[in-house]
Design a protein around this ligand. Structure first.
Ligand code: DI6
Ligand code: FE
Length: 407
């Protein structure tokens, strides 16, 4: 199934850039942004393109959701109830719920079933203006089932015409059949699963859940070494529940990002700054777990570490399907400014995926990925709580949604 959308080729005029840039028009040719500037000074090369009146809409780059676990079987509403009754995330995991219960459901599902469950979730994120998305494995925990997840992620990217970056998260949890044999499982991840999936072209980056209830610092480093040997970039679920020193380790391996980081130390921040590692903030998980330990926003800001914001969509700790809502929560819960939140779901999120040269900012020569919003001012993108503003979405040079009726 491939969805056909109309071409976005044309001279889009009467728009306003949300980042305050002065251009009021852009030309899309052969699916790429070929020119940006003042409509009064359009180069003749573009005057014959069809003119598309953006009706004064606000333009942003396509949004980037840089941390999701979108492909999985089942759901975990029962744990929501357990946590409401007082159980912690760790207690739920130890009681046999948590990640491992989604592993069971994911293993039981066929590739087709996983695709059918993930597709509407992806569509909902795309409807929010997402033009590039990361999708992790990590609910298969064996070669066969991690492969199934990653294949679904690749197919979603092709079928929906959206940039998908796949991340291998084999070291997400210890599968039940390896209970008490953590090192054996890490060996399997490093020496069998990762090389095989990489050879099949299914892996763009490698992630680990470094935590007391998951994998140790030493185990994390083994996975990083295996990734490095294959030339794959790394990222890390770091310091979510405790300060394990994972971020500093990840920075030593040149990590693209460290994610969650509620318990990140100043040493971790310094290491991330030196390595150019992005701090990915996940307010959906913070909110769902009713966490109270804030990530060190002020220190990250002072250090100049780029901050991204993502849904962390997953069935356990962040069943969130709106990136704009996450931007709102990053402001309200974490005290990001509006410009920080907007950079967090565009340019900084692209950097967290290594996509900074192609996504997250509007620039000549890039694929046309942008959104026109029926909003008066940029702060409205994060101000409305759960509202989906009127919008026209251009993704990969095609008009994926024309909510403003500009065509
Ligand atoms: N941290 C998260 O937020 C998700 N994974 C992780 O390592 C949660 C995954 C789950 O609970 O299913
Ligand atoms: Fe996550």
């Amino acid at each position: 199934m491939t969805i056909q959308h109309p071409s976005a080729d044309g001279l889009w005029h009467n728009l306003r850039l949300a980042d305050g840039g002065t251009a009021n028009a852009l030309a899309v040719q052969h699916g790429q942004i070929a020119w940006m500037g003042d409509v009064a000074a359009v180069p003749t090369a573009f005057t014959r393109l069809p003119h598309i009146d953006a009706q004064g809409a606000l333009a942003t780059p396509g949004l980037v959701d840089c941390h999701t676990h979108l492909v999985y079987g089942g759901q975990r509403a029962n744990e929501f109830a357990m946590r409401l009754a007082g159980a912690s995330y760790e207690e739920v995991a130890i009681a046999g719920g948590g990640i491992v219960s989604t592993v069971k459901a994911t293993r039981a599902a066929s590739e087709e079933a996983l695709y059918a469950q993930a597709a509407p979730r992806l569509q909902q994120l795309l409807d929010d203006g997402v033009c590039a998305i990361e999708i992790k494995s990590g609910y298969g925990l064996s070669l066969e089932h991690e492969r199934k997840q990653l294949r679904v992620a690749r197919r979603l990217g092709q079928d929906f015409g959206v940039t998908v970056r796949t991340t291998f998260l084999g070291a997400h949890a210890l599968p039940p059949e390896y209970a008490g044999r953590s090192q054996d499982y890490i060996d399997l991840v490093c020496h069998e699963m990762l090389p095989a999936l990489h050879a099949e072209g299914l892996v763009d980056a490698v992630d680990v859940f470094c935590e007391r209830i998951a994998f140790s610092l030493a185990e994390t480093e083994q996975v990083f070494k295996a990734a490095q040997a294959l030339g794959l970039p790394v990222k890390l679920h770091a310091e979510q529940l405790s300060d394990m020193g994972g971020s500093a380790l990840a920075a030593r391996y040149g990590a693209l990002s460290c994610d969650h980081i509620e318990h990140l130390s100043q040493a971790g921040i310094d290491a991330m700054r030196a390595a150019g590692t992005v701090a990915v903030l996940l307010p959906g998980a913070y909110y769902t777990l009713r966490d109270t330990h804030l990530p060190p926003i002020e220190a990250l800001r002072a250090a100049g570490v780029p901050m991204a914001v993502s849904t962390d969509h997953n069935p356990g700790t962040s069943p969130a399907l709106s990136l704009l809502l996450m931007a709102n929560m990053a402001c309200t819960l974490f005290r990001l400014t509006v410009p920080e939140a907007l950079a967090g779901i565009t340019s900084h999120a692209a950097r967290a995926l290594g996509l900074q040269d192609t996504h997250g900012t509007l620039a000549v020569g890039r694929a046309a990925d942008f959104v026109l919003w029926d909003l008066l001012e940029p702060s409205e993108l994060v101000y409305w709580l759960g509202q989906q503003p009127g919008r026209t979405i251009v993704r990969q040079g095609l008009v994926a949604l024309d909510g403003l009726g500009v065509l």
